[in-house]
Design a protein around this ligand. Structure first.
Ligand code: PLP
Length: 477
């Protein structure tokens, strides 16, 4: 294969991750008065089945023919991506980190700068109004994509900022001893903001343990719920294990216990139709750059009644109705949470990415990528010394969990970083490391794993070539 990129020099070949978060869960309780005015009771949203399309389930009878047809389409789709067009031999398999961007998205961002560049929400002149209209149209587009009202869509810099906003604002309403349930499979973005909150306010964090298979232990989860639980915050799709969690059910149980549900949809947004009312989420966060959109933009959804009660996160222009020398009156949501000049061109380009995704159908991509993941999984099982993290397909049909097109694994005797550097020389871009999930890595006793995460433009040929390259690596490394 042609080498599209030079392997980064100085890649650590046997680095380890050090230490871990300080033991903050035993931080002293700080006696802060509990503010009221927020109800942690279940949302009025109807709770129904999980929104995961059944097509993500493995083993439909026509799996092979469906995979072949979709792979032919993926070859055509690659042409819409300038970076892939310029590097036809590149097997970009790091889509969980970020996806490549289609031409239409790049053009949308450029067009904003060439045709409508002005700041939003402040100008009376027509260029400023055009910019505001494009920004607010983007908000309406996002709202329609996830089935909510535009007032419930807060633009952020990404999932990480979404959780920091939530932990900060919701945290102001929590009292020492209140409990938040997370899981052991969370990305650091859905752990560290809560740990900072625990340090600040004496809130107690509890973690849903994982089964050896890489599923949430739902029986243990039920036992963790208590009258002190205020929030359950879990990922819909694990960025390491590929596990798709039954979030609707998790939310039902949270709501029955009087707690709220926050969902990390960073990995879910590009692969499934995210219908917030069906999911039953009170809050939900995702990032534009993982769903074929630009960097620097993300979304935090919050149920309107809750957003009205939450205090602002950052202060500054745009988030206020009035400022006096002795205080200020915040604007209505979502503006209350958008201090300063927002990511305007990025919001406009995100709306284009969403239109692009909707045109193709995120469920269809999810189905296809899950099939690619399954092909890789099955191939990996035939390679001696491979250990795959995450659920085994043979047991999934008996559970409410599913598996997405993300496959993490180790190869005995070869450090994942060495393997990644080797694969890079063969034209494959795969991430090696802990994937921003130290507790998960520790749970499975893995210092570093290699992760293949698929996107809409990956092909069967790339999967098969990767399997061959891994066989070769066993001989050569
Ligand atoms: N949550 C999950 C499941 C992720 O995979 C990621 C990124 O990999 C994040 C949160 C953080 O996203 P961002 O870095 O875009 O804020």
């Amino acid at each position: 294969m042609k080498q599209p990129f030079v392997a980064p020099k100085g890649t650590p070949l046997s680095s380890d991750f050090q230490g871990g978060p300080a033991p903050i869960l035993s931080s002293p309780s700080i006696a802060l008065p509990q503010k009221d005015g927020i109800s942690f009771a279940a949302s009025s949203v109807p709770q129904t089945e999980n929104t995961i399309p059944s097509s993500v389930s493995p083993s439909p009878p026509s799996e092979d023919s469906s995979l072949t047809a979709l792979s032919q389409e993926a070859h055509r789709l690659r042409q819409e991506f300038p970076l892939l067009r310029a590097n036809p031999q590149l097997a970009y398999l790091d889509n969980a980190a970020t996806t490549q961007k289609p031409q239409v998205v790049l053009e949308a961002e450029t067009a904003f700068y060439s045709e409508a560049c002005a700041n939003v929400h402040r100008a009376i002149y027509s260029l400023g109004e055009a910019a505001t209209e494009q920004y607010e149209a983007a908000r309406r587009r996002v709202a329609a994509f996830i089935g909510v009202r535009p007032e419930e869509v807060i633009f952020t810099r990404g999932t990480t900022e979404g959780f920091n906003l939530l932990a900060h604002s919701l945290g102001e309403l929590l009292a020492p001893g209140d409990e938040i349930i997370l899981s052991e499979m969370e990305h650091h973005a859905n752990i560290v903001p809560w740990q900072l909150l625990a340090q600040r306010r004496g809130v107690v964090l509890r973690f849903i343990p994982l089964t050896d298979e890489g599923l949430l232990d739902l029986a243990a989860y039920e036992k963790l719920l208590s009258p002190r639980t205020r929030l359950v915050s879990v990922t819909l799709v694990s960025n390491v294990l590929g596990t798709i969690n039954p979030v609707s059910r998790i939310g039902e149980l949270a709501h029955e216990a009087g707690a709220l549900l926050a969902v990390d949809a960073a990995q879910a947004a590009p692969i499934m139709k995210l219908d917030v009312p069906t999911l039953g989420a009170d809050f939900l966060a995702f990032s534009g750059h993982k769903m074929y959109g630009p960097f620097g933009i993300g979304v935090l959804y919050g149920r309107q009644e809750l957003l009205e009660k939450l205090p602002p996160f950052l202060g500054g222009g745009d988030m206020i109705r009035e400022v006096r020398l002795d205080g200020f009156t915040p604007a209505e949501p979502p503006y209350k949470f958008e201090a300063g000049t927002p990511p305007i061109s990025q919001a406009v380009a995100l709306a284009t990415a969403i239109e692009w995704l909707d045109r193709h159908g995120p469920d269809r991509f999810g189905h296809y990528e899950a099939l690619l993941g399954k092909r890789l999984y099955e191939g990996l099982r035939t390679i001696p010394g491979v250990r795959i993290l995450g659920p085994d397909y043979s047991t999934l049909h008996r559970s409410s969990f599913k598996r997405a097109g993300i496959v993490s694994f180790t190869l005995e005797g070869i450090h994942a970083h060495d393997l990644s550097a080797y694969l890079d020389t063969k034209g494959f871009a795969l991430r090696a490391g802990h994937h921003c999930a130290h507790p998960l890595a520790r749970r499975f006793g893995v210092v570093s794993s290699l992760r293949a995460s698929f996107g809409a433009y990956n092909t069967i040929e790339e999967v098969d070539a990767l399997l061959e390259a891994l066989e070769a690596a066993r001989e050569e490394l």
